[in-house]
Design a binder for this molecule. Sequence first.
Ligand code: ADP
Ligand code: ASP
Ligand code: MG
Length: 438
Amino acid sequence: MLKVCKFGGTSMADGNVINGVKKIIESDASRKYVVVSAPGKRYSGDSKVTDLLYKCHSELTEKGNCKESFKAVRARFVSIVKELNIPFNIEAVLDETEKLIVSENSEDFIASRGEYLCARIVAEVLGAKFVDAYDVVFFKEDGSLDGAKSYKAISEAVSGANSAVIPGFYGKGTDGRVKTFSRGGSDISGAVVARAVNATVYENWTDVSGFLACDPRIVDSPVKIKCISYKELRELSYMGANVLHSDSIFPVRKANIPIKIKNTFNPADEGTSIVPSSRYVPSGNIVTGVAGKKNFTVIFIEKSHMNAEVGFICKVLTVLMDEGIPVEHIPTGTDTMSLVVDSGYLKKEKLEEIVSKIKTAVSPDTVRVLEDVALIATVGHGMSSSVGTSARLFNAIANANINIKMIDQGSSELNVIVGVNNDDYENCIRAIYYEFFR
Ligand code: ADP
Ligand code: ASP
Ligand code: MG
């Protein structure tokens, strides 16, 4: 039995919690390799260290130094080491880090220092080897993870060590500089380490007792999912259930390594198992979970005989491809198609430019734009085999007086995605949850 444990930001929030983490690790000899995030919020209204570091980058860009913003980072780490009462010269490491922040002057390097500093401290607390992610996690030229190179380097770096601590969230780019994953990316780092050492299980320790059927900030105490397939997890986490980064499954899925979501603040709780479809144990529920994200833009395109025009969709998509804009969904009708795009990619002028280029490319009859759309995915293996699920879903949304702007059913029949106004987002999630879980 060999476990890789990733502890998230709230599990690193202060010295007290880190001592709790030490107990969890030491209570099971198979918990040998540990990946950590930067310290998160201690209480509501507190700042995550990573957010403080992004502020350092902004200050550095504006003023040429980040003295003011770095004070808050320094204070967090100094107080953690004080609470832990360990003989670790954190001030010296912080001085060196502050200097490097100025000389490196890169957003990714600065953001990565939360994980770096935290892992140095946790390695000290556990008496474990510190392995810098910079030396063992590699990205390819296109920015994606270089799995093969990383797995080899990690397994070599930890071989012979009884236990090791590795900072999450970052690695080395092909230019030799520190590069981070997207936000929440320590989950991916944990999966990469689990794959590298061929772990029996990848334990992801967080502040909730598992993957819940929906966001606990929207529904009070949603039911916990005991067992979820990689596929369902990918759909839910991609659609906003950010308890686990949606890219975390890729490294472990190939090696069939299960992921277990566990609660640092309630370690005895069983948690959620994320497993390959072959080991999936259905809960008996038609729906496994509901998740969503706000702020999408829908571009509706209408043209008579669109279907007969060879290459119509291709021409439209080429416009977005040329602008480097990814498309989330493409619902189509007989003479209509829609493009659903994350609004973050479409600032006002960009949107106008895209619409005008689409007009030039395919001469549509009309193009309409709908902004402030939230997408909500209802996910479950049970949905395809059970008659009337969509009817129940749409009825529940209608009964909550919510207007559906768009519908898309994934071809896997694992999910149905609806688009609603941003303002209806929370109510829509509640309506779907109560329909299928009460
Ligand atoms: P960590 O710092 O441990 O990585 P995150 O904040 O990234 O933790 O993820 C845990 C949080 O995800 C929970 O506190 C919860 O508010 C939120 N969350 C959103 N959707 C879900 C869900 N479906 N199940 C569990 N937690 C969820
Ligand atoms: N600390 C990083 C973030 O806040 C990575 C992580 O938490 O996984 O996004
Ligand atoms: Mg996280």
